[in-house]
Design a protein around this ligand. Structure first.
Ligand SMILES: *Cc1c(COP(=O)(O)O)cnc(C)c1O
Length: 381
């Protein structure tokens, strides 16, 4: 049995159990059997960049991964000195700063290799560069036709001493659908791309392809390193295939608030903007002081549930900017009582995955969006 969360200190708070992140990372790393990169982009998927990173390192994360350089630099400023990869940049980024901080940067084009190499020369250091091949996601990276030129440029830059090619990687489009034919096609393209790298004599430290879903559902695709994001936070990357509980993962985030008001409502009264919800019988409403201005998805209007007064209660009507209304039926509650929007599910509250299903989206969006006036607290259970 896990310890319960500490008492609420604020009107609305997001409580992040860093112990859960640590244990999830340890579970994933053991399962993968190769090195693990914990992806902490987008403020650690809403869990706190620095806190999530530290928790992941404690769980054995060999690498950290972020999207943009500002995230990488924030981790360095917070004292993280380990292997760290960033992968999304525009021309004119602070490459000298990244090189000096020992951050691995990713190149998609020969022009980017040149820019990184020039930055390294300007400060007399060697840049750590990873090459991204687009094997079919059709997002970042060099496509098949452009790959040989990127590899050549990187090999030349390594020869010149300005860069060291530390990794070669790609990213799945459909790894949450293990039977999708794109998965095998992408892996085949990845193997081809690695042959091009071999042929010019580059020997990168790490080759990597899998995100959380790949790690869990295609263990043969792990190569030297897996990049796990959502699973580190205890959420299944492929909820249609396997639940987080079945994976031995525990959701780290709980979003909760205290009731601002409880009152009776007569049958026939409409609730919230547009009166899209109408009381079928006399009932009791609870007013929860959070809304879409705090990242509570408005698509949960009349579809999502929260835990209040001992069981799950439906959101009644539209979620507003600052508040939402729940239907308490005939049960008793009082202003100040705790309402759990979502948590780890162990106490009967909905999970981020439940909210995702109610909102027609993915749990990634539920946890990443939450913020606004929620006070974020980090605890260790
Ligand atoms: C976000 C991201 C990941 C992590 O994906 P999850 O599905 O959260 O595990 C891995 N690699 C790249 C390139 C990403 O952008």
């Amino acid at each position: 049995m896990r310890m319960s969360l500490p008492a609420m200190e604020s009107r609305a708070e997001v409580v992040v159990d860093v112990g859960a992140i640590t244990r999830n990372v340890a579970t994933l790393r053991q399962r993968a059997g190769v090195a693990l990169m914990a992806v902490v982009k987008a403020d650690g998927y809403g869990h706190g960049l620095v806190e999530a990173a530290a928790a992941a390192r404690s769980g054995g994360a060999d690498w950290l991964g972020v999207a943009v350089l500002e995230e990488a630099m924030a981790l360095r400023r917070a004292g993280d000195t380990g292997p760290l990869l960033s992968w999304l940049a525009v021309p004119g980024e602070d490459y000298p700063g990244a090189v000096e901080a020992g951050v691995d940067v990713t190149a998609y084009t020969p022009r980017q290799v040149d820019e990184i190499a020039a930055a390294a020369r300007s400060i007399g250091l060697r840049a750590r560069v990873q090459l991204k091949v687009d094997t079919g996601l059709s997002r970042g990276g060099a496509g098949e036709a452009d790959w040989p030129a990127l590899v050549e440029a990187a090999a030349d830059a390594e020869q010149s001493g300005a860069v060291q090619v530390t990794g070669v990687w790609s990213h799945f489009a459909c790894s949450d659908e293990p039977d999708h034919p794109a998965n095998d096609a992408q892996e085949k393209a990845f193997v081809q791309a690695l042959k091009v790298v071999d042929a010019v004599g580059l020997e990168p430290e790490v080759r990597h392809l899998s995100n959380s879903a790949g790690t869990l559902l295609r263990p043969w695709s792990s190569y030297d390193l897996v990049r796990c994001g959502i699973a580190c936070y205890g959420i299944s990357p492929a909820p249609d295939v396997v639940s987080s509980a079945e994976l031995g993962l525990v959701p780290a985030m709980t979003a909760r608030a205290r009731l601002a008001l409880v009152k009776r409502l007569p049958a026939g009264a409409g609730v919230s903007y547009g009166h899209t919800w109408v009381a079928e019988r006399d009932t009791t409403l609870g007013l929860v002081p959070v809304g879409y201005g705090d990242g509570v998805l408005r698509y949960g209007s009349s579809t999502a549930h929260v835990l209040a007064a001992g069981r799950q209660r439906p959101v009644a009507g539209r979620i507003c900017m600052d508040q939402l209304v729940i239907d308490l039926g005939e049960d008793h509650a009082e202003a100040g009582d705790e309402v759990v929007l979502f948590g780890d599910g162990a106490d009967g509250a909905p999970t981020a995955q439940d909210w995702a299903e109610a909102c027609g989206t993915i749990a990634y969006e539920v946890v990443t969006r939450i913020g606004g006036r929620f006070v974020r607290r980090h605890v260790r259970r």
